[in-house]
Design a protein around this ligand. Structure first.
Ligand code: MRU
Length: 370
């Protein structure tokens, strides 16, 4: 079911108390249409994650957790042991998008709290509670990322005697991707709310334009000054001293600090290094892969060639797709890349800032295990 929503919303996923359904924003249609969609079956959740109604690592995690709740709800009540059914649904959910580690993390965490419960009804309640807890925790983590990242922007502002601080970001690592506040955007919102003069260069982020569509929409709604640029403009802006810092999100960061994020991030990190621009990555602990050292082993999602071949936009009355490449030209759609730890100035987490190396990450997160 789809519906138009007129009242303001602050989260991209929640349980609607009136209908009892898990409700999301269909992010494919933003900024042109704000449409809400109810997720009623595990297939609905899979479609929403795969086709990117919901996207962004923390949000994919929360959606996966709500997906387990929906799996428990839809488990036949007379089927005997629900374990096999829920395990199979969790396997389907975890395999939808491979790069963001949050999806498997949130699904496994939800399964773990259900396991000790004896009845299907109790398992279902436990799954819902855990999905809501994950969403609330990610929101709070992002708020803290904002707190810890704020001094970086304050310091730049001080050094520039209050002149505009220019931040470049890639893709959408805002509240739409994260439940609330965002990761990369949290320090920006915190600085803006404190009265710091901040301006954001927003990479459009081809092929699906999460920057131009989503980050620009978010920043505009909050009143933050921003300018949408092509993905390739960052280099010249950095070379001309027009970027004070880069802040991006991540879909998976190894325990040694290699960072997978939306394709194009690596090139920004190279340009930042060459121009002496600090390059920060903001992430909640759920986005660390505590098993992996080497970023080369992070699975990189390859998506449909059609996303490259065509582009979608609003023609004044409806959203339409047009062809931009020869219909018969092969296209390759690598959705993420890996920025090596050596190019990362620092990781902004809910526990503070650390260097992108195994020892410093371990210092902040001594309790995290593979
Ligand atoms: O393909 P997407 O839109 O899910 O990719 C999202 C990103 O690359 C984000 O930067 C990342 O998930 C971090 S979100 C806080």
């Amino acid at each position: 079911m789809k519906m138009e929503k007129k009242t303001p919303i602050t989260r991209p996923i929640w349980l609607d108390e009136d209908s009892g359904y898990v409700r999301i924003i269909d992010q494919r249609l933003l900024p042109h249409q704000l449409v809400l969609v109810d997720l009623k079956t595990v297939d609905d959740v899979i479609t929403a994650i795969r086709d990117m109604y919901v996207r962004g690592a923390p949000l994919i995690g929360a959606a996966g957790a709500f997906g387990i709740y929906i799996a428990a709800l839809s488990c036949p009540r007379d089927a005997g042991d629900p374990g096999a059914f829920i395990t199979e649904e969790s396997r389907r959910l975890k395999s939808v998008r491979p790069t963001a580690v949050n999806l498997a993390w949130a699904v496994d965490r939800t399964l773990a709290v259900m396991a000790p419960e004896k009845t299907l009804d109790a398992k279902t309640r436990a799954a819902l509670d855990e999905a809501r807890r994950i969403a609330d925790e990610e929101s709070e983590n992002c708020r803290k990322i904002g707190e810890h990242g704020l001094p970086i922007i304050e310091e730049i502002s001080r050094k520039k005697n209050g002149e505009t601080v220019h931040i470049l970001t890639h893709c959408n690592a805002g509240w739409l991707a994260c439940v609330e506040y965002g990761t990369a955007t949290a320090p920006i919102y915190a600085a803006f709310d404190k009265g710091i003069d901040v301006h954001v260069w927003v990479d459009e982020t081809r092929p699906l334009n999460q920057g131009a569509r989503l980050t620009a929409w978010e920043l505009g709604r909050h009143g933050v000054k921003h300018t949408v640029i092509t993905d390739n403009a960052g280099g010249i802006l950095m070379a001309r001293g027009m970027v004070d810092a880069v802040i991006v999100g991540t879909d998976r960061t190894t325990r040694a600090g290699d960072v997978a994020n939306k394709v194009g991030t690596y090139l920004k990190a190279l340009a930042a290094k060459d121009n002496g621009v600090p390059f920060y990555v903001a992430l909640p602990s759920s986005t660390f892969d505590w098993e992996l050292d080497d970023g080369a082993r992070i699975p990189i999602e390859e998506r449909s060639a059609e996303e490259i071949r065509r582009v979608a936009g609003f023609d004044g009355s409806e959203i339409r797709e047009v062809l931009i490449a020869p219909e018969d030209s092969p296209c390759a759609n690598f959705a993420f890349d890996v920025t090596p730890a050596r190019l990362v100035t620092g990781l902004i987490t809910e526990r503070g800032i650390c260097q992108a190396d195994a020892a410093d990450i371990r210092r902040l997160f001594p309790d995290k295990r593979a």
